[in-house]
Structures are given as structure tokens and as C-alpha cells.
Design a binder for this molecule. Sequence first.
Ligand code: SF4
Length: 500
Amino acid sequence: MKKDLVVLFYPKTEPDNIYRNLPISILKLASQVIASGYRVRVVDSRIEEDYEPVIRQIAGETLCFGVSAMTGFQINHGIKASEIAKRINHDIPVVWGGWHASLLPSQTLENDFIDIAVIGQGERTLSELLGVLANGGDFKNISGIAFKDQNGAVIQNTCRRFEDIDNFAPVNFEAINIDKYINESELGKRTISWNTSQGCPFCCGFCCTPVLYGRNWASLSVERILGEIETLISRFNVDSILFAEDNFFTNRERVSAICTEIVKRKLKFHWSTDGRIDQILRLEPELFSLLNESGCHKIYLGAESGDQDVLNLIDKKIKREDTYKAVDLLGRHNIKAELFLMVGFPLNPKKDLNETLKMISGIKRNYPNHQATPFLYTPYPGTKLFDLAKNYGLRPPGSLRAWGNWSLLAPISPWIDKSYLDRVNRLVKFYLPFAYPSDSLRKRMEKGVSGYFYRIMHRIAKFRIEKNILIFPIEWQVVKFIYYKVMLRYNIFKNLSVPR
Ligand code: SF4
């Protein structure tokens, strides 16, 4: 019997995946595979944690075992699943795609359990690859892949040209159990992540997107986007959508057309998306009205840093003041802003942390409803900043397995020492959430005995952040001790929670 089953494995993204967003890239690949005449079984290890029996059960009929992984934690479970598949049947072709395999295809293929790496957009490449696996042919004729020849040598074919995503198969809503990825969020009771475009024409020095798609950008047609939104609302009862895009606002006419159609078709839902600061500053008042009318609730802004030297280094093409202007503009149009910020760049990590904290407290003082959280900058291979990071002493991992430890949470950059990391941890987990409380923490501050505790912590944290006095974090030590060692242990104040 001819094998026709394609397994698409999505590895866990964190040790503890509480929020499971839809793996959109996997859904789109699965739709393409079905449209090409094959069966698909998606295994999302965040949902099917015990995936070994599943792989074991379907190994006999598997034509191809695909894994999509980003650099970092996903690699660990990706390797584990590939190993399981190979140990059951050594002849199953294991194909890796996604960020990491695209960035480092040759090193990915050094792993014994992986046969082929797909580079960049996967839809067309995977269809052609399945044709060769099912019917025979030569891998050398498939652009956009790297593979091992019979002697184990890695051969990398020519790159595949970026293709208009409207050419790819329509989303097949049966390919994945969509209901499992609908979560409650600040947008609504039934929120789903979705996607309408791919790529980005910009080239920020820390970002992998231009490396993956060569600074190309493509959108689905407005008709197709609206059709998908209508299906999500009517069939899955979705009341809110997070458009998780590389760059939603690349084309203003497109945004305007999407919003106009949402309003015209009377589709009632809240939505949020990402935006570049300079793009937001260029939006006309009429477009803001349309954003409001169509239900736009929040925009995630790539502010990146409060330090102008860092903004110049990463070629962000904005001034620090632009961030304040964009936040102000969104606030005036009743749209929430959440700033993506990074700290710990190699030039002067202490300075960029201080400047970024100044930006956060400046924004929170004037716009308490907007959000801003700093993450630790992590250098990714292939990006412009990666070479600079190597000049500052970064030693990239020498194997795929070692890249599995590459993480936002671990100190991997030699210019970051433990005290810096501890300081960022304290800020993110304790001082910033207490200094600028979320709506839920604000409510708790008003209630009973625990309310006193929250109010005291709020005052101390705010004072420390605004005066930039972060040495001797006694209250953090005390709270950690009381909360983790006493309260949790003896189950005191069950409802009291400390941001972790
Ligand atoms: S950070 Fe955003 S704007 Fe910059 S290259 Fe990446 S996707 Fe494009």
C-alpha cells in the first residue's frame, strides 16, 4: 500500500505551555498538504504531551515526518520526536522546517535523525518534496531544501523565490482542532491567533524575519482574509482575533480595505495586531476611525529600546521620541499600546537598561493603561547583530541539540553577568508589575488584608523605578521568602498572588 500520511509535529515552546496559541504555520502547511492529495496528522506536543504512542501508532503509514521549530526550546522536543520516529522506522524521511532549519540548514542536518531541511516558505517546497517521496524523483530538482546524499554529505539546493501567499491552498479548517486554540484573553472570551500576511520589507538588525523571507512581504487578498474571519466567527464562535503578523501595517490601503469590509459586513469582534512605530505615526485620522470602528483594541509596538544608541545599532529607523508620540497617538484614538522592549545589547547593557526603564516609567506615568515589558536581548543566527555579538565574545552552539538551550530565559550572552540577569528578573517579575499594576492587581489592591500588602509594595516599587534606585532589593527578598517559603507551604492567603 502506498503511504500517504504526512505527520506535522509542533514541539512545545516552553517547559510549561499554559497559553496555547494556534500554530498558524502548521495549519497552513497542513492545508497545502491536504490540497496536494495527502492525509495529514498534526501532533502538537503542547496538547498531546504523551506523543510517543501517537507517533508509534502511525509510523507504519507515514510518508514524511515534518517538524517545525524555532531556535531555542522547541528544538529539544523536535529532536526527541524525530528520534522516536527514526527508531520506529529508520526509513521515515524526517524533514525540518521553520526558523531554525532555515537559518542553519547544514548544521541541522548534522543531526542523525534529520534528513531534509526546508528553507524559508514551506508550502510549495513541501508539496514538491512529497511528490518525490511518494512517486520517486531527484531531491536536486527541488529548490529551497538542503538534504543528505547517500554518503551523508549535505547538499544545499538553490533558494526558492518568495511566492505570493495567495497562491497557496486556502486554510482547511478541518486540518487542526481549532477549538483547542481558542483562549480567553484581554480581547475577549474566545480569542484566536490568526495571520493574514507574511514577511517584512524592513531589516532590523536583531530580527530573523528578513533573513527568512529576504525582505519580501505578501498578503492574502482582502476577500480571502474576510472569508476566514467570517468562518472563525460563524463556525467557531470567536469573539476576538490576535493578528500575529510579521508586519500588519506594511500596506495602508490593505489595512483600510480590511477594516472597511469588517465594518460593511457588520462583523463584531475585537482585534489586536503588531505595528512599527513609524508606520503608526503615518496613519491618517480616517484610518484611525476605521481601526476604531472595526474593533481594533490594541497594537503591539516594536519600540525595542529606550536607548537611542541601540535604536541606531539595530537600524530601527526611529527616534526614541517617536515611541512617545506613537503611544500618545494611539491613546488619543482609544487604542491600547503594548511596547516590545529589549535590554542587554552588547554595546552598553547597563545604559540600555537604564534608558529603557526611564522610557517605561515615562510612558506608564502618562498612560497607565498602556503596557511595556522588557525582555532580554537574545542574538539569533543569521541576523545582522549576530556577527557583532560574536565580536563581543558570543560563542554560538556547535550543534542543533545545543541550540535547544538558546533561550530568552537563560544568560547566554557573555556581556550579561548574573547580577544583570537577576536585576532584569526582579524588574520583570516584581518591581514593574507592582509599580504599574495591571487591572487585576489594581482590583486586588482595593481588597482586605492583602490589599494593604499590595499597596505598600506598589509604593515602594514605584518609588524605586522612578528614582532608579534598584540596589539592595530587600523587599523582593522578603516577599520571595514570605510567599514561596511560608505562604505557599502553609497554604496561607490562598488568594494572594505575587507576580512570578
Ligand atoms: S522587527 Fe519587525 S519591522 Fe523589523 S524586520 Fe522584523 S518584522 Fe520587520
